[in-house]
Design a protein around this ligand. Structure first.
Ligand code: 1CP
Length: 343
């Protein structure tokens, strides 16, 4: 199926684009009343994510309503631990929780490498339905968590400000940590390959907790696994988003990801110097700008576009959009990118 709008893919590959493509991290499942309506018709997030027709419906909502240049499949990074044998729950208003966590060698050995066909076919089905219903309007982004970020949830058992249990394991049990990271990596590679086979046009790896590791830890416990994933996936462009990983750009830029995501604390001009001209950069408006009025949103968006320049940029926020942001303000951002990035 020929894509009618392939701006995202061309920008990722470093090809010429008429204007900068734009999408938002967490664009599905947070801000739209249309999402909340679908969500209220099922028992919760997990049922929604596991019902391919509904997952496809909420994936497409931002394309219809916000007019973004890409869809991202509605799922969660935590489907991987579940497929490995460590199920999660979504606690209303609080987020994910693992009833069991990884504490010992026996726990790691009990885990399996995910059998994607058996455990994650609801995601690949949702991708197939979404691709069909999108009918080539925009590309579809597949995604997974980075091995370190998945490890953090599996050991900690929930979200955390410090992830101190997970970080402690890296210091006290480095060999066991590598063993767990390897299993997660193998699962992730199989999972991303299945997403691509089902129709994902680009994949993004979310290292949301990159920034809590020391530089040394990041080099030892995240970079090698990100490299293994990048080298194993060759059919579509790849994006790495490593939140708060300021010191990691020289290492990240050596990996085979065409696009590097920036959070809002990062300076696009400095990052461009650190990674060179062969990468596309994605980001990085502070999501909180979207609480402000239309003029303010426009001013900050234009400044962001100027900082990145007109080539090799995919406009986005510096992290996910917050649930209480007005969808109209999201539209102001998207419209501003479209209007002011035209060559
Ligand atoms: O629009 C989209 O992108 C929707 C699909 C999506 C994605 C890409 C969801 C649905 N989750 C994610 C990724 C995700 N999940 C990340 C990486 C991106 C990021 O940093 O934001 C992370 C860290 C998670 C883990 C997670 N899932 C959290 C954070 C927990 C913490 O540590 O604070 C939470 C709150 C969830 C729940 C979740 N995931 C997605 C939705 C719609 C929800 C809310 C659940 C509900 O509706 O009850």
């Amino acid at each position: 199926m020929e894509l009618k709008n392939d701006l995202l893919l061309r920008a990722a590959k470093g090809e010429k684009v008429e204007r900068t493509p734009v999408w938002l991290m967490r664009q599905a499942g947070r801000i739209l009343p249309e999402y909340r309506k679908v969500r209220a018709s099922v028992s919760g997030f997990i049922e929604l994510a596991q019902t391919p027709e509904l997952a496809a419906e909420v994936t497409i909502q931002p394309v219809d309503i916000l007019d973004v240049d890409a869809a991202i499949i509605f799922s969660d990074i935590l489907v991987i631990p579940e497929a490995m044998g460590l199920p999660y729950e979504m606690v209303e208003k609080k987020g994910p929780r693992f009833p069991e966590t990884i504490k010992s060698k026996a726990d790691v050995e009990k885990l399996r490498v995910a059998d994607v066909e058996e455990s994650l076919s609801y995601v690949t089905k949702a991708i197939e339905i979404t691709k069909k219903e999108l009918n080539g309007r925009v590309p579809l982004i597949g995604f997974a968590g980075a091995p370190w970020t998945i490890f953090a949830y599996m050991v900690e058992g929930s979200g955390s400000k410090t992830f101190s249990k997970a970080k402690a394991m890296l210091y006290t049990e480095p060999d066991l940590s590598h063993q767990l990271l390897s299993k997660i990596t193998d699962s992730t590679i199989a999972y991303l390959k299945a997403q691509i086979k089902a129709g994902a046009d680009l994949v993004q790896v979310f290292d949301s907790w990159a920034g809590i590791l020391s530089h040394e830890q990041y080099k030892e416990f995240s970079i090698p696994y990100l490299r293994k994933i990048a080298d194993a996936i060759q059919d579509v462009p790849k994006t790495i988003f490593a939140k708060d990983a300021h010191a990691a750009f020289p290492d990240l830029s050596k990996l085979d990801y065409q696009t590097i995501g920036l959070d809002w604390t990062m300076n696009p001009i400095e990052v461009r110097k650190a990674v060179g001209n062969n990468k596309t950069l994605q980001g990085n408006l502070d999501p909180c700008v979207l609480y402000a009025d239309k003029e303010t949103i426009k001013r900050h968006t234009v400044r962001m576009l100027e900082q990145f320049g007109s080539d090799r940029h995919i406009a986005n926020l510096g992290h996910g959009v917050y649930p209480d942001i007005n969808p109209d303000h999201v539209k102001y951002f998207i419209e501003a990118v479209k209007e002011y990035s035209v060559k």
